[in-house]
Design a binder for this molecule. Structure first.
Ligand code: NDP
Ligand code: BG6
Length: 521
């Protein structure tokens, strides 16, 4: 079943898990996987985790023997959990097909156990129930911590002491936030490592599971026309843009303690940047992808990029916060209108930053990041602006420098696409140039719906494939880059630039880009 989805890209087991993973792969009929969603009553479980598990089941990608347990404090019976889960499932994979039968089969494999997150006894009860389902097969266990971070350690302590697998593997998926600075992240990591080995910890960054982020390496390393251009010699600047057209409504309590830099930049955008800027791994040949050594090199390169990044300066950062705005008779709220947010909060809901990588490949190239809530549109994009053609014969015919340069746009979402902007002759007897798009529009090119990031990541965790999860040294490097900046912003009580809900964000972001001769795409 794995080959079906992953084209045979099964991971090689890592040293600590080699025995157990081998048991799982070689003798699948004799093993079983129990997936426990800790915090099953919550938003993420309903919105993403159960639907992703169902999609994997629908695609025959879950192992033959598997059981799903919801675990949370809320009182619920198995039937009530199934009822709750059934409301979240859709037949999105093939909308024409009635997948009701598959849904019923899936729901029959879902169970619920109510317990406290800090109770060894309650996890021991769960263990007992899991054993009944495992029916003597080699038990592999995956715990998904879909709970607030302040209870991660309690849950990991109890799950590992009272409900870990005896002779199979035990893995734990940890959701962000992984701390809020270097210190708290290190504390969390060392607390987790009291109970788990690093190779049992799967730190999720769901942006790494997005189709176009996965495709970034393929685009770069398997097309001769891109990799030779991937350096300061040909690239003028790179932009990583995240924008949402809604505010933090409903999540203000969480958000106010983190802000947009921690919520989006330090993880999602930085991970994409690292993938974009890393050195060439030894090989990305299909055969070699099976080789874990290459995957390690890949991850190592990524960390190397993070380490060679110049510390972020406050002068290279603009922060903003959305304010109330009336449009078309509708009043859109300010960030501080949320009852869970203090009225005088200075937490940024928008940030733009210019980063530099001090290595031979990227010396002097501005990497610009922009992330914001309550902006005019929803999109996540990578934009690569190339240098102008030296001595361009047609330059006088174009109107300005920007028109004359190429741009590669990788639209991660929505409406996934890869667009290359080129200069082209306008057909006709005269000689006039315009900028046209070579457009790979996924919806037009591929009929199959793109899997949700959580599907890919859950499947990888079940397979023991770590390539898309964050290693602890990567996490340390990411925090080392952002912590001094975050401390400075908070100590100096930097006042964010206020921007209207639904606007393009603070004008300061344009001045920042202009300082490096960049225009946001
Ligand atoms: P929720 O706030 O919905 O919490 C999940 C469950 O944890 C709740 O249903 C509740 O279950 C239990 N819980 C909540 N607060 C407490 C508390 N103070 N003490 C003990 N138990 C508590 O979280 P989400 O589902 O939104 O998110 C889960 C994790 O995923 C978090 O770490 C979050 O940061 C992260 N995340 C969430 C995203 C999202 O879109 N929701 C996106 C990215 C990451 P019960 O009362 O039944 O025990
Ligand atoms: C989460 C952030 O990690 O990603 C949210 O905490 C954000 O604030 C979300 O809304 C965006 O994810 P996606 O997949 O909807 O773009």
């Amino acid at each position: 079943p794995f080959e079906k989805l992953k084209d045979g890209l099964l991971s090689a087991p890592s040293s600590k898990e080699s025995k157990d993973t081998a048991v799982f792969n070689v003798n699948e009929s004799e093993s079983t996987v129990s997936i426990t969603v800790v915090g099953a009553s919550g938003d993420l479980a309903k919105k993403k985790i159960f639907p992703a598990l169902f999609a994997l089941f629908y695609e025959d990608c879950l192992p033959k023997h598997f059981t799903i347990y919801g675990y949370a404090r809320s009182k619920m019976t198995d039937a009530e959990l199934r009822d709750m889960v059934s409301k979240t499932l859709t037949c999105r994979i093939d909308k024409r097909e009635n997948c009701g039968e598959k849904m019923d089969q899936f729901l029959q494999r879902c169970f619920y156990h109510s317990g406290q997150y800090d109770s060894q006894d309650h996890f021991a009860e769960l263990d007992k129930k899991l054993k009944e389902h495992e029916a003597g097969r080699v038990p592999n266990r995956l715990f998904y911590l879909s709970i607030p971070p302040n209870i991660f350690i309690d849950a990991v302590c109890c799950a590992s002491s009272s409900a870990s697998s005896g002779n199979g593997w035990t893995r734990v998926i940890v959701e962000k936030p992984f701390g809020r600075d270097s210190e708290s992240s290190a504390t969390l990591t060392s607390a987790l490592k009291q109970y788990l080995e690093e190779d049992q910890i799967f730190r999720i960054d769901h942006y790494l599971g997005k189709e176009l982020v996965e495709n970034l390496s393929v685009l770069r390393f398997s097309n001769l026309i891109f990799e030779p251009l991937w350096s300061r010699q040909y690239i003028r600047n790179v932009q990583f843009i995240f924008s949402e057209d809604f505010g933090t409504e409903g999540r203000g309590g969480y958000f106010d303690n983190y802000g947009i830099i921690r919520d989006i930049m330090q993880n999602h955008l930085l991970q994409i940047l690292a993938l974009f800027a890393m050195e060439t791994p030894v090989s990305l040949d299909a055969e070699d992808i099976r080789n874990e050594k290459v995957l390690i090199v890949l991850a190592w390169c990524q960390v190397k990029v993070l380490r060679s990044m110049r510390p972020l300066q406050l002068e290279n950062v603009v922060t903003g916060q959305y304010k109330s705005h009336v449009r078309g008779g509708i009043t859109y709220p300010a960030y501080t209108d949320d009852k869970t947010v203090p009225k005088d909060s200075l937490t940024p809901t928008f940030a733009a930053a210019a980063l530099f990588i001090d290595n031979a490949r990227w010396d002097g190239v501005p990497f610009l990041m922009k992330a914001g809530k309550a902006l005019h549109n929803k999109r996540a994009e990578i934009r690569v602006q190339f240098r102008h053609v030296p001595g361009n014969l047609y330059r006088s015919i174009g109107t300005d420098l920007d028109r004359a340069t190429n741009e590669l746009v990788i639209r991660v979402q929505p409406d996934e696409a890869i667009v290359l902007k080129i200069n082209n002759k306008v057909p006709g007897l005269g000689m006039r140039l315009d900028r046209s798009n070579l457009n790979l529009h996924y919806a037009a090119r591929y009929s199959k719906e793109i899997p949700d990031a959580y599907e890919r990541l859950l499947l990888d965790a079940i397979e023991g494939e770590r390539r898309l999860f964050i290693r602890s040294d990567e996490l340390d490097a990411a925090w080392a880059l952002f912590t001094p900046l975050l401390k400075e912003i908070e100590e100096k009580k930097v006042i964010p630039e206020y921007y209207p809900y639904g606007s393009r964000g603070p004008v300061g972001a344009h001045y920042l880009a202009a300082r490096y001769k960049v225009r946001w795409g």
